[in-house]
Design a protein. Structure first.
Length: 128
């Protein structure tokens, strides 16, 4: 009788521990939040609202020239946030003109060192 009761008791304890761990652990808060975010995004998409689309420009390489020649070379990537795919298509059509405008403006601004402090670009003023 003891030979049957001891393994049965051990099995019952293991099953209880496993069930307790299952209910205690359950779904993590991160998984629940991620599921909720997916459902909200799905509901928003069904409502027909346009989502923000990011249009990434090709890297812009800009030499900074002073009296002694090229003192620095800056490479930057610009991403533009637009609403909806229609606006993204319009922006993509005008990317060459935008890149030229960025080059012209940045070349003039950075070459006069107006946006630089001790050789470091002041990004906060550059974004404004």
């Amino acid at each position: 009788m003891k030979k049957i009761l001891l393994p049965l008791l051990a099995l019952l304890l293991l099953a209880g521990g496993g069930a307790g761990a299952y209910f205690y652990m359950g779904k993590s808060e991160a998984a629940t939040t991620a599921d909720a975010a997916k459902e909200a995004k799905k509901a928003e998409g069904e409502a027909g609202k346009d989502e923000s689309v990011y249009v990434q420009m090709a890297p812009i390489v800009l030499p900074i020239i002073d009296r002694n020649g090229i003192s620095q070379t800056i490479s930057m990537v610009v991403s533009l946030q637009v609403e909806g795919k229609a606006e993204a298509d319009t922006v993509k059509e005008k990317l060459p003109r935008l890149a030229d405008a960025f080059l012209s403006d940045m070349y003039g601004t950075l070459s006069t060192k107006a946006m630089m402090q001790s050789g470091v670009i002041k990004v906060s003023e550059l974004k404004a």
